[in-house]
Ligand binder design. Structure first.
Ligand SMILES: NC(=O)c1ccc[n+]([C@@H]2O[C@H](COP(=O)([O-])OP(=O)(O)OC[C@H]3O[C@@H](n4cnc5c(N)ncnc54)[C@H](O)[C@@H]3O)[C@@H](O)[C@H]2O)c1
Length: 364
């Protein structure tokens, strides 16, 4: 028997004495190895999928806890701040700040300028109306202050960029930019001249883009700054005779919110953005309108509220503040009810029908 075994073993050896490979045995081994590899590969991918899913669930749970906690905190903070007297708050100091006000020679603009110089800010005024600017300069110097005035046509992008460079050379980097200039034509859509639609968008909306482009890079370099925009309640609810104006003011709201989101996302938390959306103001812009909801606001009320919003770092506010909730309702009520309330309760179209038409000669 031993002799036979030895023969078989000797037969299985190759010429060099190495054991000959049994093809069947080899195939079986390779298959097992492949199955093992496949098993481990499947296990690895199952593990990695489960790990990622578990990580996602844990992150979501943590996010949920953080969001819930911060939601309560932010709501409580907003309520407390809403009822805290301004005298008890820490407000941003305006002393020595370089503040630029566009349309600074107009109704709200003048009130802003007069208040800002009293806070000892270095105020720059941009306006197309030279006469009004020079009168304002006299008024300001009668109080013992100084302002820097520049004649700029805000419907002209190049004029904005050129004047911005002059401001940087003459006064310095702007700390607070207030986009306040605005125009309205006061015509129903088909009566609006094309060039006036373009002009309204240029002055009310596009100028906000060009001024921000001119001054934001310096704010980013300095790590702080503030851009405030004067919007309008018609930028939250379209009004009769206002297809150009309303549209341009809605656009400023979109610009303001998007820029705010971009700056937050990029981590520029120290660059603040504020938008104030006022009701009718008694400046002449909406002369002839007969609002029934409440009498027109005085420009000093709007200027005071805008400055407070800047000093408090508010992102958005309406004047009066109640209009924010009233106008917000339009998103939750049926459109027919919206129209009924506009037409029969607030009587907005009727209030706007008597509006004075824009007179370019007078405005120049
Ligand atoms: N008056 C209102 O009822 C009312 C209501 C809501 C919002 N607003 C907004 O408040 C802001 C201030 O308005 P206001 O009531 O003081 O109006 P206003 O007409 O008294 O002042 C606007 C100023 O902008 C200037 N301006 C106009 N076109 C210009 C241009 N191309 N280049 C440079 N300057 C130009 C004017 O010369 C004027 O000094 C505006 O943005 C307006 O849309 C006004």
């Amino acid at each position: 028997m031993n002799y036979i075994k030895k023969r078989i073993n000797v037969e299985n050896l190759g010429e060099n004495g190495i054991k000959k490979l049994d093809v069947k045995e080899f195939n079986a081994n390779e298959k097992v190895q492949r199955y093992i590899q496949l098993f481990f590969r499947i296990m690895r991918s199952v593990y990695s999928t489960m790990y990622k899913a578990a990580l996602r669930v844990v992150t979501r749970i943590l996010d949920f806890i953080v969001v819930m906690w911060l939601s309560f905190y932010y709501i409580a903070e907003a309520i407390v701040l809403n009822f805290t007297p301004t005298s008890l708050m820490t407000l941003k100091s305006l002393r020595g700040r370089i503040i630029l006000v566009t349309g600074g020679a107009g109704g709200v603009g003048q009130e802003l300028v007069l208040r800002l110089v009293r806070y000892k800010a270095k105020v720059i005024v941009w306006d197309v109306n030279e006469k009004a600017m020079s009168k304002l300069k006299d008024k300001v110097s009668a109080e013992g202050y100084k302002i820097y005035t520049y004649t700029v046509d805000l419907s002209d992008r190049q004029s904005i960029y050129k004047t911005a460079e002059a401001v940087k050379d003459d006064v310095g980097s702007v700390d607070i930019l207030i986009n306040n200039a605005g125009i309205v034509c006061g015509q129903t859509f088909l009566n609006l001249p094309d060039y006036m639609i373009e002009k309204t968008y240029k002055v009310n909306t596009l100028s906000c883009y060009w001024t921000a482009k001119a001054f934001l890079p310096d704010m980013i370099k300095q790590g702080k700054g503030h851009i405030a925009t004067v919007g309008s309640l018609t930028g939250m609810l379209g009004a009769y005779n206002c297809t150009d104006y309303s549209g341009s003011k809605y656009a400023t709201l979109g610009f303001h919110e998007s820029l705010w989101t971009e700056l937050k996302t990029m981590g520029y938390d120290k660059i603040k953005l504020t938008m104030v959306a006022p009701y009718f103001i008694n400046t002449g812009m909406f002369d002839g309108c007969k609002p029934t909801y409440a009498p027109m606001l005085e420009p000093k009320i709007v200027a005071k509220r805008l400055i407070l919003a800047i000093r408090r770092g508010e992102v958005f506010c309406t004047v009066p503040s109640s209009s924010c909730y009233i106008l917000g309702m339009k998103n939750y009520i049926p459109t027919k009810l919206n129209w009924l309330l506009q037409n029969r309760v607030l009587r907005l179209p009727q209030a706007m029908k008597t509006m004075r038409k824009f007179n370019e000669v007078e405005a120049a």
